[in-house]
Ligand binder design. Structure first.
Ligand code: GUN
Length: 296
């Protein structure tokens, strides 16, 4: 392996320790512990696993977390009513509505109901809109994209004037990452299912962020020598040698890419742990905003 490994697990761990220290300091000063409310609607098993992990992480750093679960057939008004109740609850600093929502619920309307000051996921249309505009700052940056940017910084990637390719255009990862890279003065190409010659575009990329959800899609000979590769994909593939019968791989063929790239994130242990670390950071920030203290 030629590339430097960008160890998301270790980087996230040190961020979590920083958050814990700040939370401890708040509480020692007599300020309330930050509070995060999570909302799951429906029975998506992956959502339940992710939200459980978020609660555990909150507990570890001293953030109060309160879970709400609603059935899949919850009417729109009821979903919005719960969010409004959480907006008015002073113990709740951050509100996280786990996505995707069940079919039949209007995601944009639910997210639009979240108070801007409590939008720790950064998915409120106003926060996303600000991300897309020059000279405007969102109050919160979505957690996975913020984690990607942090890893790029830690991996020593020069973004100014760099050619960056983002694979995928989802609301949760691809599009906000692309906007953040533009803000960092990279020249960004967004690739998606209709893009022609994806390998050719990736070959010119100094920075590659892969978020398409296709196991080991990006091959080693697509990577520009020395490029920084951030792999957001988490895909299960069959592996009979494992007790579980599967293993996790990213959207990039790691073994091949690691021979060519300058720096690369592993899967697991790359972007995944960063998402939760950024959520904890955003929740701490929301608590500071509620104190009237806008410190990033
Ligand atoms: N679904 C997948 N990733 C996320 C995330 O970061 N936040 C929320 N709310 N839902 C998600």
């Amino acid at each position: 392996m030629r590339a430097n490994l960008i160890d998301g697990k270790a980087i996230a761990e040190s961020l979590r320790e920083e958050v814990k220290k700040s939370v401890d300091e708040r509480v020692a000063k007599g300020l309330p512990a930050p509070g995060l409310a999570t909302v799951i609607i429906g029975d998506n098993p992956a959502s339940k696993v992710y939200v459980r992990m978020k609660h555990k992480a909150c507990q570890e750093v001293g953030i109060l977390s309160i879970g709400h679960e609603l059935p899949a057939d919850t009417p729109q008004e009821e979903a919005e009513a719960l969010v409004k109740k959480l907006n008015d609850d002073p113990k709740v600093n951050g509100i996280l509505v786990q996505l995707p929502l069940p079919a039949g619920l209007d995601e944009e309307r639910v997210l639009n109901t979240i108070s801007l000051q409590k939008d720790v996921d950064g998915f409120h249309p106003v926060n996303i809109g600000r991300l897309a505009q020059k000279g405007r700052e969102p109050l919160f940056i979505p957690c996975t994209p913020a984690g990607v940017m942090y890893l790029l910084e830690q991996g020593g990637a020069e973004l100014q004037g760099a050619n960056a390719v983002v694979l995928g255009r989802s609301n949760i990862v691809g599009m906000p990452v692309s906007l953040l890279l533009v803000s960092a003065n990279a020249t960004v190409t967004i690739c998606h299912s209709r893009t022609k010659d994806i390998p050719g575009l990736i070959r010119q990329a100094d920075v590659l962020v892969a978020a398409v959800g296709i196991p080991e899609y990006v091959r080693g000979d697509w990577i520009k020598p020395g490029a920084t590769v951030i792999d957001v994909g988490v895909n299960r593939i069959e592996d009979e040698t494992r007790k579980s019968g599967y293993r996790l791989v990213g959207d990039v063929n790691f073994d091949e890419a690691a021979e060519v790239a300058g720096a690369i994130t592993p899967v697991p242990g790359g972007v995944g742990p960063m998402t939760i670390a950024m959520l904890l950071r955003n929740t701490l920030r929301a608590a500071r905003l509620a104190d009237g203290n806008d410190v990033a």
